[in-house]
Design a protein around this ligand. Structure first.
Ligand code: SAH
Length: 209
């Protein structure tokens, strides 16, 4: 996976490549999907949700420019795979999942695999995690119609927010928003992506998605 999918597509950050080689992806997919765990694609994890394609996980982690003591927030825990990769790369990791079944499964899984220090919460991640803010990086693994104001506000100065944004719930452009000062944000496009919809107060409404 690392040699064939990540390196040739421009993942150069050694810490990211090493984290991707350490986290056992087969432990984050349903049993009938284990044979495909290292395939170059997203896979279903139940509840109509997916574990992201390995390249996308690595690309978002690399684009977040993480340091070992960074405080990171992930929106969309899903299988818990992304949270585990982030935990290998950063300091305190917080992750929010809205679906109660996936939230319970990923909590148990992360505990079993020794990632018990990842802070998990079940709820609407578009509002962020104000008590734990500010964050050096925020990674949103579902696509919204715009950048949620709460998440921008919870970025530290110098912090990076990665979020898929698009007018349709299933086709987005990956944005990197960098908070350069209290009131000043820089916004870059990193390419077109396909994520499941971000559903919540500052995302899509359930019926739109
Ligand atoms: N990072 C995950 C990818 C999961 S897919 C992994 O590595 O497996 C995106 C997840 O975002 C889904 O599980 C979906 O239920 C969740 N989600 C969608 N809207 C959300 C919201 N407002 N708050 C928290 N989670 C949300």
């Amino acid at each position: 996976m690392v040699d064939e999918q990540l390196v040739p597509r421009g993942i150069r950050d050694r810490r990211v490549l090493s984290a991707m080689s350490r986290v056992p992806r087969e432990r984050f997919v349903p049993e009938h999907m284990v044979a495909y765990a290292y395939s170059d694609c997203a896979l279903p994890i139940g509840e109509e949700q997916t574990i992201s394609q390995p390249f996308i996980v690595a690309m978002m982690a690399q684009s977040a420019e993480l340091s070992a003591d960074d405080r990171v927030l992930e929106i969309g825990t899903g299988s818990g795979y992304g949270a585990a990769v982030l935990a290998e790369l950063a300091g305190d990791v917080y992750s929010i999942e809205r679906n109660t079944i996936l939230a319970r499964q990923s909590r148990e899984r992360l505990q079993r695999l020794g990632y018990a220090h990842v802070h998990l919460r079940c709820g609407d991640g578009t509002k962020g995690w104000p008590d734990a803010a500010p964050f050096d990086a925020i990674i949103v693994t579902a696509g919204g119609p715009e950048v949620p104001e709460s998440l921008r506000e919870q970025l530290a100065i110098g912090g990076r927010l990665l979020i898929p944004v698009g007018r349709s719930p299933r086709h987005q452009s990956l944005r990197r928003v960098r908070r350069v000062s209290t009131d000043d944000y820089r916004n870059e496009g990193l390419g077109n992506v396909v994520f499941v919809p971000l559903i919540g107060e500052q995302g899509w409404h359930e019926e739109e998605s």
